[in-house]
Design a binder for this molecule. Structure first.
Ligand code: F6R
Length: 273
């Protein structure tokens, strides 16, 4: 018999506010590190994007400074642009190799991203779902949030039960990410992304958002209704979802005092205070 409390007693979404971007990213990295230390064969779901860079920097520091061991860890990224080769400097494979995989002792064979150059994209998506299933599912999924409210590239109107598939990007997302490509016309219009349903299957989800540009969409995702128009709001259905924000991204939340109380008082957060 497991001595874990039944899910119905623990089912919740939590919101944690840290003073600034560094403190928020460091908290996420410490949660990942504690997962990896407790379970050296952990399956991590990973995200790219500028918000995640600080998290990976902290993880690399923990690997180098305090022997955080990634040798048994397996990883699955949320998404990849359609049409980009793994060696393309704009590909998410390249981003992950640079910011994390090559800087720690992860075995590259244990790292997975969808192949945006597959000749049959539908088959590639089904294969990706199968690989996640064969690995036993995702223990801890990291997420960012786009200005369109997306998690992964699940743009508005993505079904909340969707699985890994090809998705067209919204103008908002194209605007958000075009600077990395040196202009909107150089940016791919489509991506392969885990579905909202795929993400909700992870045993734990951690969403990190920092900066004032994310304040509106965080308030909608956390305190607004669950809607396919803001796919991050689907995390309200997840049994163990934690949203970690800095003060700037928390600016539009109504229940800030309550969220601060949770971090300051709940025993679960004691080791991180
Ligand atoms: C990236 C991803 C996206 C980003 C989101 C935030 O793999 O899935 O959902 O997390 O667009 O991006 P940044 O951090 O660049 O604002």
């Amino acid at each position: 018999m497991s001595n874990r409390p039944p899910v119905c007693l623990t089912h919740r979404m939590e919101l944690i506010i840290r003073p600034d971007q560094e403190a928020a990213a460091s908290l996420v990295a410490r949660i990942v590190a504690s997962e990896v230390r407790a379970n050296p064969r952990a399956v991590l779901g990973l995200a790219t994007g500028s918000t995640m860079e600080a998290v990976y920097r902290h993880l690399v520091q923990m690997h180098k400074g305090s022997n955080l061991d990634f040798s048994g860890v397996r990883t699955f990224n949320l998404d990849e642009y359609v049409g980009l080769d793994a060696n393309d400097p704009h590909s998410y494979r390249h981003f992950m190799n640079e910011h994390l995989f090559r800087q720690v002792n992860l075995d590259l064979h244990n790292t997975h991203l969808p192949n945006g150059r597959a000749s049959d994209l539908g088959a590639e998506c089904r294969h990706y779902e199968k690989l996640i299933g064969d690995a036993g599912g995702i223990d801890l999924q990291l997420l960012g949030i786009g200005k369109s409210g997306h998690i992964g590239f699940n743009e508005p109107l993505s079904a909340l039960k969707s699985r890994t598939r090809e998705k067209a990007l919204t103008p908002t997302t194209i605007k958000q990410n075009a600077p990395f490509f040196g202009g909107e016309d150089r940016m791919p219009r489509r991506a392969i992304t885990m579905g909202v349903g795929t993400i909700l299957d992870a045993r734990r989800c951690i969403l990190l958002a920092t900066g004032e540009a994310k304040a509106d969409i965080i308030a909608q995702a956390v305190e607004g209704p669950i809607t396919s128009m803001v796919t991050a709001s689907a995390l309200q259905l997840h049994p163990k979802a934690t949203v970690i924000v800095d003060e700037a991204a928390a600016a539009k939340l109504k229940e800030k005092e309550y969220y601060r109380w949770i971090f300051a008082n709940e025993p679960e957060w004691q080791e991180y205070r």
